[in-house]
Design a protein. Structure first.
Ligand code: 13P
Length: 254
């Protein structure tokens, strides 16, 4: 089964209001001029730019995502942001479980599962990030790590809910290092993820889930990665900060 490719820009802690709006305007102009409809494009700015970016892309077909959310619905959690707030800013997607949050904010598979459940409950589509560290790859336990992440993070997720989840395979050693995983390495893990999803869900559900790759994707390596049928798109960090390189990556999906 072939699924629609999915490219998301994760700006991480970059871009203020003005730069976010400018980027959104430029990408919208390109998107409309070239009538892009063969892939889903999602921009994930920092919280502070969500609403402004939404205004700029609203009605264009480009979608909005957030980079994180709290697992509770509301309440006394100073500094936190909940799913309904993201929705009120126009977000349709939310990145959950990024390795930087696992690493610096102590997120565990259990808290990530709570966030995925809450996002789905509130009508947001999770982009669930999983991936092994360099040590885990060297210890040859990549598949075990991935399997555990899938099982724990997707606990209590129904078949129907599963169809709105995008899985981002982001090996930690490839993020921000300039050292992308080879197409062969990505393909092998993506096949493993698909196989595990088929154990957890009916085949037709598992086949609809998009499995994308993230980690040092740039205009030079994107074409080779996206040429593979097992790679349903990308989650782009550094190379999504410049409109031109993001456009080149989008164009590599043809
Ligand atoms: P880089 O593309 O900068 O390696 O970041 C990948 C990433 O973490 C996307 O979420």
């Amino acid at each position: 089964m072939s699924v629609k490719k999915f490219i998301a820009a994760n700006w991480k802690m970059n871009k203020g209001l003005v730069q976010s709006q400018q980027f959104a305007e430029e990408i919208r102009a390109y998107y409309e001029k070239h009538k892009i409809s063969h892939i889903d494009i999602v921009l994930c700015p920092p919280y502070t730019s969500l609403e402004a970016v939404h205004r700029k892309i609203n009605g264009s077909g480009i979608k909005l995502g957030a980079q994180n959310m709290h697992h509770e619905s509301m309440g006394a959690y100073t500094g936190e942001i909940c799913a309904s707030m993201l929705k009120s800013c126009g977000a349709e997607y939310v990145i959950i479980g990024h390795s930087e949050r696992r690493q610096y904010c102590n997120e565990t598979n259990a808290t990530i599962n709570k966030k995925v459940l809450k996002a789905l409950d509130e009508g947001l589509k999770p982009i669930l990030c999983i991936g092994e560290t360099l040590q885990e790859r060297e210890d040859k336990i990549t598949e075990g790590v991935i399997e555990e992440q899938l099982k724990s993070c997707l606990s209590h997720i129904s078949e129907e809910q599963m169809e709105s989840i995008v899985i981002a395979y982001e090996p930690v050693w490839a993020i921000g290092t300039g050292k992308n995983a080879t197409p062969h390495q990505v393909e092998s893990v993506h096949n493993f993820i698909r196989k595990k999803l088929k154990k957890m869900y009916p085949d037709d559900t598992a086949e609809k889930v998009r499995i994308i790759y993230g980690g040092s994707i740039n205009p030079e390596n994107a074409k080779e990665l996206f040429a593979l049928e097992t790679i349903n798109g990308g989650l782009i960090g550094g190379a999504s900060l410049e409109v031109q390189s993001f456009i080149e990556i989008i164009n590599s999906t043809h």
